[in-house]
Design a protein around this ligand. Structure first.
Ligand SMILES: [Zn+2]
Length: 249
């Protein structure tokens, strides 16, 4: 029996919930993920964003229209200064949690195998979307290797859950060219500008408008409107990464 939007989307012919763009998200101290960049340094997308607050609720980020040369109504709002973020496509391999987590198995880390972690195999495309303040690791990697795409990396959070000032460390893991199948997959991904402007929220680049229609269609079938629409099983109730932790950028 369908349990809301996610279930409906999963059973839909298009393949469903997993098609929604999901962000790399590290929420706790020492949580990390292993990944590969599909977007190289010269194609990272930088843009200035406002937090889109609707009735006090965070509804994702909106591009500051000033950066397109237009007047920006959001700039006129109180306490909503725009901030720069960078966007990149990555392929996430494994996600390591510090505490027992659903769909994650206990593993040991480090040379002495004395550190425990909980590993979840992901193997999916993710959007890396962070405040410009966190670009340092990427800049360092490019200085070192001239590219982001010739190796896998570990992306580690330093900063306990809820911290207003976490930092992120990018460490080289293993050198090696992008596997062909990932290269092909990367070519099918929507332009980062389309994502930044909210014109698509899906990996296949389907227009966001179509998605809204779908949601309306499901809503009329008595499906709970509270259900996640991004197929995320992490109690995430928006398709966006509310990077609340980072405080003012
Ligand atoms: Zn603005």
């Amino acid at each position: 029996m369908p349990r809301g939007l996610t279930a409906l989307q999963e059973s839909s012919p298009e393949g469903g919930g997993s098609d929604y763009i999901r962000n790399i998200k590290l929420l706790d101290d020492r949580e990390f993920t292993t990944l590969r960049f599909l977007t190289d340094a010269e194609n990272l997308y930088y843009e200035s964003f406002h937090r889109n607050m609707v009735d006090g609720a965070f509804k994702g980020f909106k591009v500051c229209l000033k950066s397109t040369g237009q007047p920006c109504p959001m700039c006129a709002m109180k306490d909503n200064r725009p901030s720069t973020q960078f966007l990149a496509w990555v392929y996430e391999y494994d996600h390591f949690f510090q505490a027992p987590t659903e769909n994650a198995e206990e593993v040991t880390l480090g040379k002495s195998k004395s550190r425990k972690a909980y590993k979840r195999t992901v193997n999916e495309i993710r959007l890396m979307r962070y405040s410009n303040a966190h670009r340092g690791g990427l800049v360092g990697a490019v200085e070192e290797y001239d590219t982001l795409t010739d190796r896998t990396f570990k992306w580690v959070r330093d900063g306990k859950r809820g911290s207003t000032r976490p930092t992120y460390d990018l460490r080289s893991l293993k050198e090696g060219a992008i596997p062909d199948e990932l290269k092909l997959l990367a070519e099918t991904l929507p332009d980062l500008e389309e994502v930044a402007f909210g014109r698509t929220e899906r990996l296949d680049g389907a227009p966001a408008e179509e998605q809204k229609e779908k949601i309306e269609k499901y809503a009329t079938r008595d499906v709970s409107p509270d259900t996640s629409v991004d197929g995320d099983d992490d109690n995430d109730d928006t398709p966006y990464d509310d990077d609340e932790d980072d405080g003012p950028f």
